[in-house]
Structure formats: C-alpha cells, structure tokens
Design a protein around this ligand. Structure first.
Ligand code: ASP
Length: 324
C-alpha cells in the first residue's frame, strides 16, 4: 500500500493546498515518537536522548511512547497506520530489516508504508551472562551451552528484536539450542539477568555498558569487528572464535504519505540533535556515536533499509528459521 501525499489528502477530505499549509506551519503541537520496546531498554534510551534536542529544534515537545509487543512489529504496524501528519513517528532498529524474513504476514511493508526520516546511530552488541554463570570466556560459554543444551536460558525481546537476531546467529554459529525467554524489551530482560532469573542475553551496548562496567553481569564478547574504547578488555566474537558479527542501526520513520516538507523538518531536527555535544558524549559513554550528518537523511536511511533487508534474508534462511 503506497499512500501518496495526494491520496492521503483526498482520504482526509482536505485539499492539497491545505496539506501544504499544514506542512508550512508544522509543528503546531507535540510530536510522539513511538518506541517498539519497553521503557528502560536501549531503543528507549537512544530515543529519549535525541527527543530532547529534537524538541528544542522543532519548538514543540517531543514525547516518547512505548508500544511493546511482537518483537517490535506491533508498534511499527501502528505507526504505519497512523495519520501521516508528522505528529506520530517511530524509532526502530535493525528489526525493520529482519522482520520481513521472520514474519510471513507482516502487517506493513518497511519500505512502502513509511517515509524514512534518517538514520540515528549504529550500536554494537555484547554477549553477557548472569554474574554467577560458570563460564568466564566466550569459548567456555559456548562449551557450557553445548553441554547443558535446553536447560540454559537466553533472554530476548521477541521475534524480530535485535537480541533475537543475535541469539539466532549465536545458535547457528555454535549449533546449540538454548531455551529462549522472550520479554517486551531488553530493559526488563536485563533486570531478570541481574536478578539471576535467566542465564544470558545479547544486547546493545546502550543497555549493557553500565552493567558490565559495574560488574553486575558477566561479559563474554562484543559483536562488532573491533573492540570498544569503553570496554577495552572485552574480546570480539571473532577473537573468541565465533563467526558472527552484528551491529544495530536505528532509524526514524513517519507513516507513508507524510508531506515531504514535514519529513524534511523532522530530518533537520534529527541532524541538529545528533550534532548536540550532550548527545555525542552520552552516546560515547554507551559505546556508540551518532551517524554522520549525511546519513541522518531520508535517502541514506532508505538505502540502508533496502540493502539490509537483502543482507539478512539469506542469513536468516541459512539459520533455519521458518517465518511465523
Ligand atoms: N534491544 C532490544 C532488542 O533486542 C530492544 C529494546 O528493548 O530496545 O531489539
């Protein structure tokens, strides 16, 4: 379903001139960014960090709303169906590119049903375990999961989440089948990991850096090609002998049919937010950086999304996953 600006205007019973006037005066009230996972998790953290400087840039409050469920696909479906007026937008991550390979009847098309505002950041993941989990290295963790099989539990944020994808890659690379424990987001998953209710988790550094540095969890590896300045002692998955690499890119989306002028205003506000020194510093503390200004644009976002959909398709297929 492609909703053009014209079709949206007709459907709403307003003229193109009215839509254009609306775009010129935008924004006249608060804007909601929908986060597809529970509060307190990494997607929520990234969103709240950019929401504040975006509010300043747009001159209106930017509110964050958590709509968790179905591995992030519930919120994406809601925003795809929202009024294309720029007042309801979505922050999502790599899951926008993996969901088409994981769900046979996804209620939205990540390319056609959205306007792509811009990329935000790309975040490495870390494989971590509860503090008292026996293994101390990645190689030992792999042996432990091989030996203990389904009695070992790993947390994720549902099918389509980055933590789910990382778990798939881990299981496929190690030929293991630990038991999956799904949460509404990795914020609550982290709480249970610290509490010792689950054994391990793979999650963005935006959710794990503080807990690793504070010794609240055991860290096994970072899933990026290189080690991180924030966690210099943590080996990479490759160094630990595991053939898997994944980093989690985030992007901002508006419903398809949102007028170009509005998408442009949102994109410019995102660029301003990403140039904010407070955001840069906070991202650095959490093991990431804002994307380059030219990537916080609709063109770069769409290009990344389409190439990532193609990239993940054969990898997910090779991991033996049957779409839901
Ligand atoms: N990091 C989570 C994921 O696995 C989601 C979240 O809570 O932000 O996709």
């Amino acid at each position: 379903m492609i909703k053009t600006m014209f079709a949206a205007a007709i459907a709403a019973g307003v003229s193109l001139a009215a839509v254009s006037a609306q775009a010129q005066t935008y924004p006249e009230r608060s804007i909601t960014i929908v986060v597809p996972f529970a509060a307190g998790g990494p997607t929520d953290t990234v969103t709240r960090l950019v929401a504040e400087p975006m509010s300043a840039a747009l001159g209106q409050q930017v509110i964050v709303q958590n709509v968790a469920g179905a591995g992030g696909t519930l919120a994406a479906g809601q925003v795809a169906a929202a009024e294309p007026d720029g007042y309801t937008i979505l922050m999502h991550h790599i899951g926008m590119s993996t969901a088409p390979s994981l769900y046979s009847a996804l209620p939205y098309d990540p390319v056609e049903d959205f306007e792509h505002i811009g990329l935000v950041t790309e975040v490495p993941m870390t494989i971590i375990g509860r503090k008292d989990l026996e293994p101390t290295t990645l190689a030992e963790l792999v042996e432990y999961v091989k030996t203990n099989g389904e009695t070992v539990t790993y947390a994720n944020a549902g099918i389509g989440a980055a933590s789910h994808l990382c778990g798939l890659l881990f299981m496929s690379a190690t030929e293991t089948t630990p038991t999956e424990v799904p949460y509404q987001g990795t914020g609550p998953a982290m709480t249970d990991l610290i509490g010792g209710q689950v054994d391990f988790l793979c999650d963005q550094t935006t959710n794990t850096t503080g807990q690793i540095q504070g010794g609240e969890v055991k860290a096994y590896a970072v899933t990026s090609a290189d080690r991180l300045p924030t966690l210099p002692d943590l080996e990479t998955t490759a160094e630990g002998g595991l053939d898997m690499e994944v980093t989690v890119w985030h992007g901002l989306y508006a419903p398809a049919g949102t007028p170009d002028e509005i998408v442009q205003k949102l994109s410019e506000a995102l660029q301003t937010a990403l140039a904010d020194q407070g955001v840069i510093d906070k991202f650095a503390d959490l093991g990431t950086t804002p994307v380059a200004q030219e990537d916080a644009t609709p063109e770069a976002h769409l290009e990344t999304l389409t190439s990532q959909i193609e990239l993940w398709k054969p990898i997910i297929e090779a991991a033996g996953v049957q779409p839901q």
